[in-house]
Design a protein around this ligand. Sequence first.
Ligand SMILES: [Zn+2]
Length: 474
Amino acid sequence: MPPMPRCVRRSIGLIAVLAATVSIGGSSALAWSNHSLMTWPAVAQMPEIAGRDVRAEPLAEFLMREAQPLEAALEAEERWARSQVSSYPARPDNLRFRRPGAGGGDGDAGIVAAFLQAIRVNRSMPLGLFLQRRPGVAVPPGRLLDWQAVAIRKNLLDDIDGAFERLDRGQMVAAADVVATASNEPDFGLDLGLWQDNGTPEAALYGFGPQPFGNPAIDYSSQAPFHMGFYHESRILYAAAPSLSRCYPEARIHLFLTLARFAFDRGHSYWGWRFAGWAAHYVQDLSQPYHSRALPGVSVARTLWVSLTDMAGWSDARRDAIALVTNRHIVLENYQSRHMAAAFRRSDWADPLLSALADVSGDPSLWRLGPSSVRDAVAGPSADAADALDALLRVSFPDRYVADPAVVLDDTRSLDLERVAAELPAVRRGVLEAAVADRLRQLGRDTRALIRTAVSGDGVPPHEAGVAGVAVKE
Ligand SMILES: [Zn+2]
């Protein structure tokens, strides 16, 4: 392909970057909303999980007991990432995890801080012992935790305040509850403020470089490059916006899978399930088409046209395209979470979305995660489904939600699009449900594949080849 004029590159790149910025800039757009609701039905019947209880263990205790072997495990993980992850920003050597007495921090707080900075996540995350209860299950009296006790986000987490239960050290809890709770935790702030232009204490230390996409000034957007994976864009978009390929969900999945296996191997099942839940989060994000494609519903030709009009000084087309993609992203998430929460409250396990998550008929197609599974088997079908799903949302909901670029859906706490969808004629509602169920069926399959990989000791080889360069479509 001949080199593109720089002004064209800049303009197209701006669109892609802004799309990523705005699509995760609102108060509620998190890919799927409330991952725990999806994890429970996906894993509840797995023989690896069903009926299993584990003993809650504080993070500091786990780290103190396993500091020495953990040092080696994290070093091996870093070597793997440096050799296998495309565009991987190497972890500065001075952040290497060290056991106490070997130059690491002293005491519980010191070892936790040393661990969090070695894996380069936000050091302010509380990471205490807690469960998220499913809708319809009350938290016992006296054990309710405020959402600020589990998260560092600045705004209220969707509709899950009142669902958090404090756990005691040593308390026995169901493995399914641990993994489901943990699968929501990365959206509580684990990846916030890690880029050098984010102005946080971590930003200066971590060596991740400038935020590749998303607006560094918007608090919540800084997690986007860890939770979005644009592996299947057109060549022209990568050429115009190379930063789109600087996204790291695969590195996060591999890291947390490695930690889950390490914890299981060393006899710390609680942390095995919790780390597995963290890894599941990123796999689940990539089954959401607005996280696996930068601009669903906008063709390359349209992107070019919008770029040209933008260069001519008419920025309305660009602003409108971004507003519509953003709103449809939020509409999908709101419909999914409201629909599922209502089904949970009714204990309606035959609901199309809940039953799709539990449907194991497709599991043989991805039994465990292999080296290229995340981009090919997980993000691939999601990217392929993006345009059709975007078009379906367009015709399923009133224009003010999906076709009016003047509307900004930034605070959706009082919005219930499940109720809006309930007004649709039965056939159209069925088509919408089936399309979302299709995405969740894949999410259930992928989540189970990840769990098997975490507990089985095979599947993705922890420190062998696995993550290559960005796949490019002609
Ligand atoms: Zn996420």
